[in-house]
Design a protein around this ligand. Sequence first.
Ligand SMILES: NC(=O)c1ccc[n+]([C@@H]2O[C@H](COP(=O)([O-])OP(=O)(O)OC[C@H]3O[C@@H](n4cnc5c(N)ncnc54)[C@H](OP(=O)(O)O)[C@@H]3O)[C@@H](O)[C@H]2O)c1
Length: 262
Amino acid sequence: MNLDLSGKRALVTGASQGLGAACARQLAEQGAEVILLARNADKLAAVTAELATRHGQKHSFLVADASQPTELAQRVSQHLAASGGAQVWVNNTGGPAPGSANSAAAEAYAAAFNQHVISSQHLLQVLLPGMRSAGYGRIVNVLSTSVKQPIANLGVSNSIRAAMANWSKTLAGELGADGITVNNVLPGLTATERLSGLITHLADGAEKTEEQVKQSMLASIPLQRFAEPEEFANAVGFLASPAASFINGINLPVDGGSTGSL
Ligand SMILES: NC(=O)c1ccc[n+]([C@@H]2O[C@H](COP(=O)([O-])OP(=O)(O)OC[C@H]3O[C@@H](n4cnc5c(N)ncnc54)[C@H](OP(=O)(O)O)[C@@H]3O)[C@@H](O)[C@H]2O)c1
């Protein structure tokens, strides 16, 4: 099975911690030259410094904010003009704040649409020429199992993930002929800072201890534990690789079996 990404460049957005950082590490292990993007320069520098360089790759990072789509696209475009196009894009960013769908401000939906869908569209148009000229493109969107089964108390997130999933599925139909695949990986409960924040929020709202919230989450997972970020990144690394050449337009849950639908 060919998982080799040497000679390929990968952009990983939302890469300063959590799932994005784990994906950057995995792609570097597979030989890709990785460009990491997020807002926190210190964290980006620390993750970049740890990446594998066995294939002689020169990794780099880029400070940009996905809530400013035009500026984000300009910065990526300038960076790629210097380094060359990227053939792999792990499309990840921070999740919307938790809360019910009915109580969320309309502006929260607009902000999430801007940060997720509009920014993705801007970046897509920056990246497509390089993927097309290479005849190799792997777009892997980090979404959520809420694409298959909405999650209580994540109203804005549930809505925006569905929009991203349909954007992605439509692109999969349009770009396959150029050798570009578009797939979604759906994290279940994975041990990152995002999950810690969610547990705290749920405990405060329900007047429970964080341990009680954690135990009720674990009870919903057949494997009875949270995923490690590396387990999620393994799926992303596979979809980014030549081995996944005929996999296009899918939603792949990495959730320990917790989602209640196929
Ligand atoms: N962990 C889970 O259990 C889980 C489950 C389902 C879905 N998800 C979703 O999967 C994605 C990644 O999860 P995670 O747990 O790794 O989240 P995380 O720990 O909150 O990390 C989010 C990453 O996105 C970056 N980011 C946030 N806002 C950004 C912005 N405006 N512009 C650019 N970068 C931004 C953050 O870096 P900076 O702060 O440096 O910008 C960070 O690197 C999120 O969308 C999350 O909601 C996670």
